[in-house]
Write a protein that binds this ligand. Structure first.
Ligand code: NAD
Ligand code: ZN
Length: 342
């Protein structure tokens, strides 16, 4: 079958023939229809330091996808051939304390589809049936292919009550923008998003942010004054990984504010801890999606009118994957979809 392989220890990926995966007795065999390019795939493409120490050369990557069940192991229950599925990319151990207590998203032995094992940028993918999520009929393929990052946005945004709250989102990458859409959908008042990329700030406004602030040109505190926000944000969602963005969040959040951290900082990140202590802040780290509560919430939000379609700005047949990756690398895009059926 065809797959996008990290064929050598160098930037890029290669579309080449690999062996079709074998199906274990608890697994589903999924024929991939559409995939989306994640920020993680960009790290892998660039072959940065993290990718070099994480991604085995010869492996094929990718973890944002939708496909169709075409085979399954003898122990699988609850699926049939033809079911449309996406899946949770974190494969959990099942025997650690958190797994056994039902807090599966906190498994300490997670392996990642397309990161630690063969991924979804391929004609076929095998995952444990436990990890699959059946797509309701009214959710189109394209949207189903971005449930993984939408799940990061959902897990982060729904960490705290947003009804009637003023929310600051730092970082208008695809995940930050989707978080803005969620915040609006669930009833936040001001949803202010920051970035330094105009294209993405524009997209955030289209997706429901009430204010988009280019922090390279505009002062966040001045914007707050304009909005009549005298006390500060109630909730902060850090989605840039940029230390200065996190610092400005700590400065502009109200006393008793709540912060969820999804963005991954480049290394040690110094902050003014007095802001945390004297403001009595609650800070929560976010990894992945809750299994599988986040997935049900996502489906329900899509079915109750949350429209993610403007997020998908580019579509290519997989043969044009180089253009797809270059589009994502340019920063002038929302989600980029690769089609495996054409
Ligand atoms: P992305 O890189 O596309 O988006 C980050 C955005 O932050 C960019 O648009 C960038 O221009 C912006 N930015 C840079 N400096 C800024 C500043 N000073 N203020 C405001 N914005 C600034 O990433 P993404 O795919 O949307 O993911 C968001 C973050 O979440 C990344 O850091 C990613 O590594 C991380 N992530 C974490 C998890 C997890 O499980 N914790 C999962 C997926 C992604
Ligand atoms: Zn575990």
């Amino acid at each position: 079958m065809k797959a996008l392989v990290k064929a050598e220890a160098a930037p890029g990926l290669t579309l080449q023939r690999v062996k079709k995966p074998e199906v274990g007795h608890n697994d589903l065999l999924i024929k991939i229809r559409k995939t989306a390019i994640c920020g993680t795939d960009i790290h892998i493409w660039k072959w940065d330091e993290w990718a070099q120490k994480t991604i085995p050369v010869g492996m094929h990557v990718g973890h944002e996808y939708v496909g169709e069940v075409v085979g399954m192991g003898s122990e699988v229950r609850g699926y049939k051939i033809g079911d449309r599925v996406s899946g949770e990319g974190h494969i959990t151990c099942g025997y650690c304390r958190n797994c056994r207590a039902g807090r599966v998203h906190l498994c300490r032995n997670t392996t990642g589809v397309g990161v630690n094992r063969d991924g979804a940028f391929a004609e076929y993918l095998v995952i444990p049936a436990f990890n699959a999520f059946k797509i309701p009929d009214d959710i189109p393929d394209e949207i189903a292919s971005i449930l993984d990052p939408f799940g990061n946005a959902t897990h982060t945004a729904l960490s705290f009550d947003l009804v009637g709250e003023d929310v600051l989102i730092t970082g208008a990458g695809p995940i930050g923008i989707m978080a803005a859409a969620i915040a609006r959908h669930v009833g936040a008042r001001h949803v202010v998003i920051t970035d330094v990329n105009e294209y993405r700030l524009e997209l955030a406004l289209k997706m429901g942010a009430t204010r988009a602030v280019n922090v390279a040109k505009q002062d966040l505190k001045a914007v707050m004054q304009e909005l009549g926000m005298t006390e500060g944000f109630d909730v902060g969602l850090e989605m840039s990984g940029n230390p200065s963005a996190f610092r400005s969040m700590l400065e502009t959040i109200n006393h008793g504010g709540k912060i969820a951290l999804l963005g991954i900082p480049p290394g040690d990140m110094a902050i003014d801890w007095n802001q945390v202590i004297f403001k009595g802040l609650v800070i929560k780290g976010i990894y992945g999606r809750e299994m599988f509560e986040t997935w049900y919430k996502m489906a329900a939000m899509l079915q109750s009118g949350l429209d993610l379609s403007p997020m998908i700005t580019h579509r290519f047949p997989v043969e044009q994957y180089v253009t797809g990756f270059e589009t994502m690398l340019s920063g002038q895009s929302g989600k980029v979809i690769l089609d495996w059926t054409e």
